[in-house]
Design a protein around this ligand. Structure first.
Ligand SMILES: *[C@@H]1O[C@H](CO)[C@@H](O)[C@H](O)[C@H]1NC(C)=O
Ligand SMILES: *[C@@H]1O[C@H](CO)[C@@H](O)[C@H](O)[C@H]1NC(C)=O
Ligand SMILES: *[C@@H]1O[C@H](CO)[C@@H](O)[C@H](O)[C@H]1NC(C)=O
Ligand SMILES: *[C@@H]1O[C@H](CO)[C@@H](O)[C@H](O)[C@H]1NC(C)=O
Ligand SMILES: *[C@@H]1O[C@H](CO)[C@@H](O)[C@H](O)[C@H]1NC(C)=O
Ligand SMILES: [Zn+2]
Length: 550
């Protein structure tokens, strides 16, 4: 089997090089490719994305004008090289975003302003501010009997826990509540999803435990004559949106043994996403353009995933489409490299822990080699690096769930820098690795230029290596890949809860550091929902949206 595959692969390489290649170009080398990676190109690309966001309401979120323009820019600039076959791959997914305000003006202690987060897929309040008494619900609001008659026409205050948010929202509506507020059962805010849009749900927001308890204590001194009145406004967008992956593959090289690398082209709704993941997109875009000066032995496919911020939708869609051909197309992918945030302002040089040495989630066979190759790059440049947890929390998930060796780089999100990391990398211990993570402040000013340049050279180094040779990476062995795929799907399920404490999870692929995200994921699974596709929704939407309204 192995010998035949290798022979066939060799034959294909020869055909590809003569058919699509340019024999006057030299074969790529790491040094030459790295030499073409220039900070000014990275910054110019980042500025282009910033300009696009600025021209489209401050974001590049999926299905919106800012993302469309990002997709067009990637497509146009890569197609113009003539070196790649470039496609835009469309797919449709449900978009949801919203904003909310909540305050009490009638409380004896004066006006108090809360920080509500609309639950994903909540109905809005029809452009009105509801001014209604708030009524506490008994128990956890998981049974109709928990809702007192007084909630009819008013705002129900419900404690988080036991049943999912959709059930609380439905029971509130059934009891006649005009809206519902769910407050956390542990410190911190609640971000969650109703799992789907439905007319059966009352409009619903989440608030922190502290805010919930402060409303409860104010309620203690309220009476039917002097109720505690809250002002609640929810704006909600729920709509199907067409979105695109951009895939650019070298015309030359062995198409049966392909290196795939990717980053996501969308931002959150809350900001322009220049580090997350403008940095990864621009990094691989720059390497793609640099590669056009060379010949390659193996085909290299650059992927720009859409709708990552909604649960890795673009990469999952892509893998699913490939998967529909059976194992043929998947088996052509020899390795996958992922770059999601590579220029964080208070960065670490994080490398996905492919060998499982640090976090006990090893990738498919070969992921250890990919990690080692990145480690060697940093060592050779006299730079430190740290392992980054590798458990399926960015666009590489669909690849490791198909047994494809994977790896990548990650400079960190909202997690604070440890003292040890500050010793290794400089920067500020105790401060987030990216203080502007998923916020309006993730602009061109939010990039560490040195980290951006170094990481992009690291990408170039790995691309040059695998474009020429698979030495050190295993041959494609389908039974082994299937075994590995099963294991990753199982791990993925069993670890859905346990990761919050790990330092370098790409947090926006989880709960955004908020209690609630994992719970959301469990609930989606309970619903029998498309777990892989929806799990991040609750963590990212409605978190910080600044929409002005009157
Ligand atoms: C081949 O490469 C040379 C040098 O980079 C370039 O001038 C020429 O246009 C290329 N030809 C094709 C067919 O790509
Ligand atoms: C973005 O592109 C999609 C698909 O082509 C289109 O339906 C949508 O209207 C575009 N949005 C904007 C704001 O241009
Ligand atoms: C989105 O599209 C799906 C599938 O076509 C459809 O069932 C659903 O009603 C649509 N949702 C909205 C909000 O338009
Ligand atoms: C790909 O297909 C296999 C069966 O052929 C299935 O077990 C696996 O879950 C699929 N993976 C994805 C990501 O769709
Ligand atoms: C590592 O993971 C394996 C399988 O998931 C488990 O059996 C083992 O106990 C774990 N080891 C540690 C040190 O956590
Ligand atoms: Zn990201």
């Amino acid at each position: 089997m192995k010998t035949t595959a290798a022979l066939l692969a060799g034959a294909a390489a020869v055909v590809a090089a003569t058919a699509g290649g340019n024999c006057s170009k030299p074969y790529v080398t790491s040094e030459a490719l790295q030499g073409l990676v220039r900070l000014e190109d990275l910054l110019a690309g980042s500025q282009t994305l910033q300009d696009i966001a600025d021209a489209h309401g401050g974001n590049r979120a999926f299905g919106g004008g800012g993302h469309n323009a990002t997709v067009d820019w990637l497509y146009d600039t890569l197609a113009a090289t003539g070196y790649f076959d470039v496609v835009k791959q469309p797919f449709v997914e449900l978009f949801s975003a919203g904003s909310a305000t909540l305050s009490s003006s009638s409380s004896s202690s004066g006006e108090k302003v809360y920080t509500p987060k609309p639950l994903t897929y909540t109905p809005g309040t029809d452009g009105q501010t509801l001014s209604r008494p708030v009524v506490a619900v008994a128990e956890l609001g998981c049974e109709a009997a928990d809702f007192p008659a007084g909630v009819a026409g008013n705002i129900a205050l419900v404690l988080r826990g036991d049943c999912n948010f959709a059930q609380k929202a439905s029971l509130a509506k059934a009891a006649g509540a005009a809206a519902a507020i769910v407050y956390n059962n542990v410190p911190g805010g609640v971000a969650g999803t109703l799992g789907a849009a439905s007319d059966a749900h009352a409009p619903i927001v989440g608030i922190s435990q502290e805010e919930g308890e402060s409303i409860l204590s104010a309620l203690a001194s309220a009476s039917p004559e002097t109720p505690l009145v809250l002002d609640l406004f929810i704006e909600s967008i729920v709509e199907n949106r067409t979105n695109y992956n951009v895939i650019a593959e070298t015309k030359q090289g062995d198409k049966d043994n392909v290196l795939v690398l990717g980053g996501h082209s969308d931002s959150v709704y809350e900001g322009p996403g220049i580090n997350d993941d403008g940095s990864g997109s621009v990094g691989i875009w720059a390497v793609a353009r640099a590669l056009t000066g060379f010949r390659v032995k193996n085909a290299v496919r650059f992927a720009f995933w859409g709708a990552e911020e909604f649960g890795k939708l673009g990469s999952y869609y892509y893998v699913k489409q490939l998967n529909r051909t059976g194992e043929t197309e998947i088996a052509k992918i020899r390795a996958y490299l992922n770059f999601d945030m590579i220029a964080s302002p208070n960065y670490v040089y994080g490398i996905y822990d492919g060998d499982g040495s640090a976090f006990n989630f090893s990738g498919p066979a070969g992921s250890d080699q990919i990690e080692r190759d990145f480690e060697d790059f940093f060592k050779a440049n006299g730079l430190p690096s740290v392992p980054s947890v590798f458990s399926g929390r960015s666009d590489y998930a669909g690849f490791i769930e198909n047994g494809i060796p994977s790896g990548g780089l990650f400079t960190g999100a909202e997690v604070p820098k440890t003292a040890e990391e500050a010793r290794l990398f400089g920067g500020e211990a105790g401060a987030p690795l990216d203080a502007n993570y998923h916020q309006a402040g993730d602009t061109v000013a939010n990039l560490d230029h040195g980290a951006f340049l170094t990481n992009t050279k690291a990408i170039a180094n790995s691309v040059a290596k695998y474009a020429m040779s698979w030495a050190g990476l295993p041959d494609v062995h389908l039974p082994q890949r299937r075994w590995s795929a099963d294991r990753h799907r199982a791990l993925h399920r069993s670890n859905a809860r346990g990761l919050a404490g790990h330092g370098h999870a790409h947090a926006h692929s989880g709960p955004c550091g908020e209690v609630g995200g994992f719970d959301v994921r469990e609930k989606v699974r309970e619903r029998g929902g498309r777990e892989g596709e929806r799990k991040r929704v609750g963590g990212t939407i409605g978190k910080r949206v600044y929409i002005r309204f009157k």
